[in-house]
Design a protein around this ligand. Sequence first.
Ligand code: COA
Length: 199
Amino acid sequence: MPVQMTLADGVRLRVRPIVPADREPLADAFHRLSDRSRHQRFLAPKRRLSMRELDYLTDVDHVTHEALVAIDETTGEIVGIGRYATGSGGGVAADMALVVVDAWQRRGIGHGLAVRLVERAHANGITRLTGTALADNLRVRSLLERIGFRVTSVGSGVIEVELDVLRATSSRPRYRGACRTSASSSRERRASLANTRVR
Ligand SMILES: CC(C)(COP(=O)(O)OP(=O)(O)OC[C@H]1O[C@@H](n2cnc3c(N)ncnc32)[C@H](O)[C@@H]1OP(=O)(O)O)[C@@H](O)C(=O)NCCC(=O)NCCS
């Protein structure tokens, strides 16, 4: 279900679940990332996404694996992606990752995507979200801590974070962000939570 995200400067983005037709737009967004952002997202230098990776990243079941894309309404370009995926056996815990194209960073998109993703995880029965980030990636750490993630381990240049999804979704004030999404009213939020399995 697409929702609109309005940034502090009034720019409007559309946020919706990823679909297989997003392969090319996703590859294009990857090419617009700096080397640093790619490294921070994939925890290693990364020059390109393989066909197989593009398949994996765009062909998701929206329950055990969900990805939300933020799209610039004027150009149709993907400017940010938030994703969670459970392990191969499914389950109630999932790993989460975020990335925003450099030219769009620090405008509230990462936070907005993270909030929507936690809501999707909650709606899909995921009770624990985990994440791994480079230890010097203070921006994502601060963003995730604002939502309620806590650091569970630090070592070898990376930190592990974890969120109790139930607790986070029941404490709404932590969800205040630098941008608004049009599905943030309680009525729409309930509708969004009811619309869990999109496939
Ligand atoms: C981490 C990442 C996803 C954050 O995305 P983002 O869109 O820049 O995040 P936000 O804009 O919501 O928040 C980032 C900062 O911008 C600030 N901000 C938000 N809206 C703002 C605005 N309108 N004006 C100025 N600053 C703003 C936030 O307060 C926050 O500040 P802080 O870093 O001091 O806490 C992005 O930096 C990124 O893609 N990094 C590379 C990949 C990565 O590190 N992924 C994480 C590991 S999976």
